[in-house]
Design a protein around this ligand. Structure first.
Ligand code: NDP
Ligand code: HSE
Length: 437
């Protein structure tokens, strides 16, 4: 049987890894796919720049549209990233009747609804396993393996760079900027690393997972996003002392009034498996009504780990090349006409418990003022930790853990406490989750 010809767009970290994995494991991959897969062409902007793979047998071009317009190519693998030229290339590839594999979470989260509609019209598939949690096959697990469940919630560490930074800060007391530079050198970070640090990348991934879990259209603009740049070393240490770890989580939860869709630093009990996911590793817990909680763990970024997911998508497409488009697995797990417009809840309506770090003046009555405000807003205190006064500034750090409260009440309480003369600094708040089954 003739080989299937693929064209790769972008030979950076993931593109090079994809060439390496496809080349090294070609025999095993052909036995699985039922056909040989040939890297027929590849495009990269700067062909003189050294690549992380052997390109001697590949027909190279610096114009990615050459590949999109090549009639011999059946599958286009988009590994450029971003929503500019990558979007144009993917649209044109679909219009030209090519299947698309992409690792581009920004593209899928922001433009997936229109791209899937176009792909459906043209009878082609867009596969995006590598877009969420790097090498972990989480899309396939949720879309196919959990198809019998009503999914109740999912929570995950879905940004390798952020988890690497938090781990190094906690374990080695390293400086934020220094660890970020190392993550960039290792090829983990996005082209713009603020996407990693400020939670945008995690929000892209969460948006995609929530659609697949709950059968809702992609709604990236409604995802609440908070990064890790405000986390101080003292919060990491306080959390530890109280039996918790701070993790940057993406959480999607179905409630009776809508869907929670939020990315933020989160205190979770040290005994939870997610609390012990370190470095660049990612993990996602998905709770189905039938199966209960399930956990998926693996490398969330990196050249060959991500290529593993890209190649799996290519194999899936090759296996299904002769099937009727109507009988393929739907892009977002649910049939396109069965997606429901369940509302995404605003953060003010979300209920969680909190860690609060309040720096107060060292004066009598301060704690009483704070607890009075919390009580007025119906907030129960679970634990209080008063640290030693800070010598030179005469301030006392007070750490509080609260019971669950609706966020709008906590917003009001924080505003009132920050208005006290005895509380000169803004309050650090970190949401908490028990992640109980
Ligand atoms: P890189 O920047 O390493 O690779 C992108 C490559 O595309 C570069 O070689 C770049 O060239 C090239 N390129 C840029 N514009 C064009 C163009 N117009 N035509 C042809 N080539 C072009 O990024 P990554 O490999 O890290 O990421 C690729 C995608 O994979 C992104 O969507 C990313 O979010 C996603 N991803 C990345 C992971 C990782 O661990 N790195 C993990 C999971 C997903 P130049 O360098 O000259 O700009
Ligand atoms: N920058 C991303 C991360 C790459 O660090 O997780 C994987 O999506």
């Amino acid at each position: 049987m003739q080989s299937v010809k693929i064209g790769i767009l972008g030979l950076g970290t993931v593109g090079s890894g994809t060439v390496n994995v496809l080349t090294r494991n070609s025999r095993e991959i052909s036995r699985r796919a039922g056909r040989d897969i040939e890297i027929y062409r590849a495009a990269d902007r700067d062909l003189d720049k050294p690549k992380g793979c052997d390109t001697s047998a590949i027909n190279l071009t610096d114009d990615a549209f050459d590949i999109i317009n090549d009639p011999d190519i059946q599958i286009v693998v988009e590994l450029i990233g971003g929503t500019g030229v990558a979007k144009e290339l993917v649209i044109k590839a679909i219009e030209n009747g090519k299947h698309v594999v992409t690792a581009n979470k920004a593209l899928i989260a922001m433009h997936g609804n229109e791209l899937f509609e176009l792909a459906q019209e043209r009878g082609v598939t867009i596969s995006f396993e590598a877009a969420v949690a790097g090498g972990i096959p989480i899309i396939k697990a949720m879309r196919e393996g959990l198809a019998g469940n009503r999914i109740e919630w999912l929570a995950g560490i879905i940004n390798g760079t952020g988890n690497f930074i938090l781990t190094e800060m906690r374990e080695k007391g390293r400086d934020f900027a220094d660890v970020l530079a190392e993550a960039q050198a290792l090829g983990y970070a996005e082209a713009d690393p603020t996407f990693d640090i400020e939670g945008i990348d995690a929000a892209h991934k969460l948006t995609i997972m929530a659609s697949i879990a709950f059968g809702i259209p992609l709604q990236f603009d409604k995802c609440y996003t908070e990064g890790i740049s405000r986390i101080a070393q003292e919060d990491v240490l306080n959390a530890n002392e109280l039996g918790y770890r701070i993790k940057h989580l993406g959480i999607a939860k179905k409630t009776t009034s809508g869907v929670e869709l939020r990315v933020h630093p989160t205190l979770i009990p040290q005994r939870r498996l997610l609390a012990n996911v370190n470095g660049v590793m990612n993990a996602v817990v998905v709770k189905g009504d039938a199966v209960g909680p399930t956990l998926y763990y693996g490398a969330g970024a990196g050249s060959e780990a991500t290529a593993s997911a890209v190649v799996a998508d290519i194999v899936d497409i090759v296996r299904a090349l002769t099937t009727d488009p109507e009988n393929r697995v739907p892009h977002l797990a649910f049939q396109p006409d069965a997606l429901k417009d369940t509302p995404i809840l605003p953060m003010s309506e979300v209920v969680t418990s909190y860690y609060l770090r309040i720096h107060t003046l060292d004066k009598p009555g301060v704690l009483a003022d704070i607890t009075r405000i919390l009580s007025k807003e119906g907030i129960n205190i679970e634990a209080i930790l008063q640290k030693q006064p800070e010598e030179h500034e005469g301030m006392v750090p007070i750490i509080m853990l609260t019971q669950a409260v609706i966020e709008k009440n906590m917003d009001q309480a924080i505003a009132q406490i920050e208005a006290l003369d005895t509380v000169p600094d803004s309050i650090m708040r970190i949401r908490m989750e028990s992640l109980g089954g």
